[in-house]
Design a protein around this ligand. Structure first.
Ligand SMILES: [Zn+2]
Length: 576
């Protein structure tokens, strides 16, 4: 939401000189920073230890009727410890924040909190009366108790780092994110926006798209709390010359280091679109949450001169527009093509760097290619009481210039029945597709891919995937095809039983002795050695002698998930 509360004329009357033509803007106090970040202001890296340049700020704490509970000590900690540390970290030691916080100063009770100009003028006068020297500071920040009629948390004039007469207002919200955001307005940054074009990432004609002024989820000038894009760092002069590279024609491969790393290597590739416009390409590492936007990937922003502000407007592009509300990065293996046919392809990513190739005047993007048959395996059942519950497969298909958004996965059973499941690409990682609980049997799998241009053709069918029932395995220790010597009791026959799968337990084992004239009897065998699942009839059956002759011994086994195994072997009891 854009709130331009200070009109140019208002600023002029404050005497801000050359900066006056530039309106300021505000953040929304209710929830200006919606996303969690990998860092908080309390634990951003404390390096570099010193800044080359510090902006000197006088924070005036003023009230017209009643103070709030914020103390000078708290504001000092937030601005000159937390925000200072954050600035040093983001600027790689180029910018720091130093200054003074006044004690609470009373201004006339007639001061209207909705009139920032009046409040500021009176606060500066009160500070002078109290012995402070506002003229010695580059920035005056006014902190005042929450004014509920205002719907911003902070306000800052637009300028450039090093300018004097920067002004900043904090509406009862002593949060580092608010102060950092407004301070960056002072340094010349406007908001970091995002563009939403529904099912398309960035069409040639953007008349149907909506732009959210604060929409960039990865920048403190948008909706991020702590992160700052490399694109914004470049604009404010916080990257060195070798940390950005520009491509104007041909094709080139770049290695881009992660934006939040302390590396001094390349962080932004600028794709020159002409007329002062660029695509800014940077590598952002995920922060480990389950949110799909937090995967490792390459962010693409359109940067163009902003007519109102004479500054650049940064607008994040949703390169995977399959999700209505989520702005995505471009994962390894995927490409994105701009309306002007500049193609950004992510060759690889790891935690430290991304290899990105950019091709100008690339061929037009098309529907995804026809994939090779997938390599498939039955996923282990989550509930061991059920048969295999899904198919694991590794998709590999060219998106033909646009990222793959979805796959259609088809499962064809032995009877030819086809089940189709649509799977979100989520970057094309190893996927386990739920296709219902698979019955035991044989299946073939094929898939096709979809990008924002359309749907490609199906791959050929995979080799058959056999989902076999896991059965316990029985082996005999001392009777199989052997001759034993009488006297031989039931309890002397021993069998070992192997569970059908790891983690399954053998629950019941029965021995059935069958003589020349049919079954003689059955015992439930007992486990005599847990570690190797060795079973025999209990000693109660020692009295059950087998007369000399030819016998069959049948063993029936049930495991804890009712998988049944059975085996029958012959043996002979010989005269002693
Ligand atoms: Zn703002």
């Amino acid at each position: 939401m854009l709130i331009r509360t200070l009109a140019a004329a208002t600023i002029l009357s404050l005497g801000l000189g050359a900066l006056a033509a530039v309106p300021a803007s505000a953040v929304v106090p209710s929830d200006p920073h919606v996303r969690e970040s990998a860092y908080s202001y309390a634990d951003v890296p404390a390096s570099p230890k010193k800044a080359k340049k510090n902006t000197k700020t006088l924070v005036i704490m003023a009230y017209a009727k009643k103070k709030d509970s914020t103390t000078p000590a708290l504001l000092k900690k937030v601005y000159f410890d937390q925000v200072d540390r954050w600035m040093r970290w983001q600027s790689a030691g180029r910018q720091g924040e130093k200054g003074t916080v006044t004690k609470w100063l009373k201004v006339s009770s007639s001061t209207r909190c909705t009139d920032q100009e009046q409040y500021m003028t009176r606060a500066i006068a009160a500070a002078k009366s109290a012995g402070y020297k506002p003229g010695k500071y580059q920035r005056i920040a006014l902190y005042f108790p929450l004014c509920k009629q205002l719907f911003w948390a902070g306000l800052g004039t637009m300028g450039r780092a090093g300018d004097h007469d920067m002004r900043l207002w904090i509406n009862g919200t002593p949060e580092p994110a608010v102060i950092a955001h407004e301070s960056l307005h002072n340094y010349g940054l406007i908001h970091s926006a995002a563009i939403d074009c529904g099912k398309l990432s960035l069409p040639k004609k953007t008349s149907g798209c909506s732009v959210s002024e604060y929409g960039d989820l990865f920048d403190v000038m948008g909706f991020a709390g702590v992160e700052m894009s490399a694109s914004a760092k470049l604009e404010v002069g916080w990257l060195s010359k070798k940390q950005s590279a520009t491509i104007r024609k041909g094709s080139k491969t770049f290695t881009v280091v992660a934006n939040d790393s302390s590396s001094t290597k390349l962080k932004v590739v600028r794709v020159d679109l002409g007329r002062g416009s660029y695509l800014d390409v940077e590598y952002r590492t995920g922060v480990g949450s389950k949110d799909p936007i937090d995967r490792d990937g390459v962010l693409v922003r359109v940067v163009r001169p902003h007519s109102d502000f004479d500054h650049y407007a940064r607008t994040l592009v949703d390169v995977q527009p399959n999700n209505e509300s989520t702005y995505s990065s471009l994962p390894a293996g995927q490409s994105w093509t701009s309306p002007g046919k500049a193609r950004v392809s992510v060759i690889s990513t790891d935690a430290g760097k991304a290899v990105v190739s950019v091709t100008m005047k690339a061929p037009a993007a098309g529907v995804p290619a026809i994939p090779a048959p997938p390599a498939v395996s039955a996923a282990p059942p989550e509930n061991r009481n059920l048969p295999a519950s899904g198919v694991a497969w590794l998709p590999s298909v060219s998106g033909n210039g646009m990222p793959v958004l979805e796959y259609d996965l088809q499962l064809v059973n032995a009877a030819g029945v086809v089940t189709t499941t649509t799977v979100d690409a989520l970057g094309g990682a190893l996927l386990s597709a739920g296709v219902g609980d698979l019955d035991y049997g044989s299946y073939q799998v094929r898939y096709r891919a979809r990008n924002e241009i359309g749907t490609g053709a199906y791959s050929p069918l995979s080799v058959p995937l056999v989902v076999a029932e896991p059965l316990p395995v029985v082996a005999f220790v001392n009777v199989e095809n052997q001759t034993v010597v009488a006297p031989f009791t039931w309890a002397q026959a021993v069998a070992t039983v192997s569970p059908s799968a790891a983690g399954y337990e053998i629950s019941r084992v029965y021995f059935t002795f069958i003589g020349p004239n049919g079954p003689i009897g059955t015992c439930e065998a007992i486990n005599t050695s847990v570690s190797i699942y060795q079973f025999q009839c209990s000693s109660d059956y020692d009295a059950s002698y087998l007369e000399p002759g030819n016998y069959l011994l049948k063993v029936d086994v049930l495991d804890s998930f009712s998988h049944a195994g059975t085996r029958t072997v012959a043996f002979t009891v010989a005269e002693p």
